[in-house]
Design a protein around this ligand. Structure first.
Ligand SMILES: *[C@@H]1O[C@H](CO)[C@@H](O)[C@H](O)[C@H]1NC(C)=O
Ligand SMILES: *[C@@H]1O[C@H](CO)[C@@H](O)[C@H](O)[C@H]1NC(C)=O
Length: 265
């Protein structure tokens, strides 16, 4: 009894003793960062990154569109916004085969007003794994010491978001031919069922299908010691075929992944 009740204390004391004896861990140890030189890590090429990026575009329904306000303020736009960037959520679909994202532009949206005012545009998207990792990147030393478990509903981002791939596609908006409307409608509604209420010709809002013609691709694959970070040549982005992006896997597409393992190419 006595031994049992004092056990937690002994354990705590042992932990504190171990903590006191142990020199401060190296930052790499705190984050359990396997050396990037380990044989299983190879920094992907820009083309391999383009394949991963095209998979993100194919699988990710949301993104942030950034435009800038025109110089001349008009209508209800407050003074002094000319040149100011504006980022807003937008539904995204990948309805063409060449890496130019598809949007259902509602004419009264500020984003598309800015485009009509002459703005170029960029789309930011990030990979959101459908499953949380089995093994998280965290301060193993301090978690061990305090027995902290930060999984569960209070963990608002249950994965290391900065270690996951993301990109910005830069370019300009081009209207699609009216002849493409039927195909685009079925592709877009497939991904966004509620968009059926805003399809071109609806009685509420004037709308049309547009594409973002990608001219530049900025990519951050994750931590720089194991991922490619930088510009992807746009020809590489456009060259990726559906067969290619369907054959790769992004981190966390299946259960039981570990945050440090890079994507399987
Ligand atoms: C900005 O838009 C113009 C006009 O649409 C286009 O010609 C140009 O290529 C765009 N710039 C970039 C970097 O995409
Ligand atoms: C794009 O694909 C074509 C045809 O497979 C190939 O000849 C060309 O080198 C590729 N370009 C890039 C930049 O990958």
């Amino acid at each position: 009894m006595k031994l049992l009740s004092s056990l937690p204390f002994v354990c705590l004391a042992a932990r504190s003793w171990a903590a006191a004896k142990q020199p401060a861990p190296e930052p790499q140890y705190i984050f359990s960062n396997p050396p990037a030189s380990a044989s299983e890590y190879k920094i992907p090429t820009s083309y391999e990154s383009a394949v991963l990026g095209r998979r993100i575009l194919g699988l990710t329904p949301l993104g942030t569109l950034a435009t800038v306000f025109p110089d001349a303020s008009g209508g209800r736009q407050p003074e002094g916004l000319g040149g100011m960037p504006l980022g807003l959520l937008e539904y995204v679909a990948d309805c063409e085969e060449d890496g130019n994202p598809t949007f259902l532009a509602i004419n009264i949206e500020t984003t598309f007003k800015n485009v009509r005012g002459g703005s170029n545009i960029s789309l930011a998207q990030q990979w959101t794994p459908p499953y949380p990792p089995d093994k998280r990147i965290k301060s193993t030393f301090w978690n061990w010491l305090f027995g902290r478990d930060d999984s569960g509903p209070t963990d608002r981002v249950p994965y290391s978001a900065v270690n996951l791939p993301r990109y910005s596609l830069l370019g300009y908006i081009e209207k699609m031919d009216a002849a493409a409307t039927a195909d685009m409608s079925s592709c877009f509604v497939d991904k966004h069922p509620d968009a059926k209420y805003w399809l071109p010709g609806n009685p509420i809002h004037e709308s049309q299908f547009v594409r973002l013609v990608v001219t530049k691709v900025y990519w951050i694959g994750g931590f720089g010691d194991r991922a490619y970070i930088g510009w992807i040549p746009v020809e590489e982005w456009k060259n990726v075929t559906r067969k290619e992006w369907e054959s790769v896997e992004l981190p966390g597409e299946k259960e039981g992944w570990k945050e440090w393992s890079s994507s399987d190419l």
